[in-house]
Write a protein that binds this ligand. Structure first.
Ligand code: CA
Ligand code: CA
Length: 140
């Protein structure tokens, strides 16, 4: 057998709580789903966002269908809490415009949350950008 180290070349954001990606509520952030060396090593980018408890947030991951980047089919892998724990039911594929992903979340606790983004299928090596928008929270 053989074991070699592999990683996603020139990845812009990590898929962990140490990511440097962030987005403000009401703002947007742009990332790139980078080409991966193997289909089992798919790029996944996390964006930190500060959320309040008991507000409801709409989180969209946009791509080519809304002219917000070149990523054809964005996936919102899910929202993770401050400890990097997946919040059940937050993943989405196509609830937004076209193949854009959209989820609605009312956090149980205030603080940093992480939105995880990836593309559908295997990375091809072409430039594929994703865009993420956290709209202003509203009561209820
Ligand atoms: Ca990336
Ligand atoms: Ca999608």
């Amino acid at each position: 057998m053989a074991v070699t180290e592999t990683s996603i070349p020139q990845d812009d954001f990590a898929a962990s709580t140490s990511t440097t990606g962030k987005v403000a509520v009401g703002g947007t952030a742009t990332g790139e789903i980078n080409a991966a060396p193997h289909p089992k090593v798919r790029d996944r980018d996390w964006f930190a966002v500060e959320l309040k408890a008991d507000k409801t947030y709409r989180i969209e991951v946009r791509g080519a269908d809304s002219s917000d980047g070149t990523l054809a089919d964005p996936i919102l892998v899910g929202v993770y809490d401050k400890d990097g724990k997946y919040i059940a039911g937050t993943g989405d594929d196509n609830s937004g415009l076209g193949r854009n992903a959209l989820t609605v979340l009312t956090p149980n606790a205030a603080g940093t949350h992480y939105v995880a983004v990836q593309g559908h299928g295997t990375a091809t090596g072409t430039d594929r950008a994703d865009r993420l928008e956290g709209l202003a929270g509203r009561t209820g």
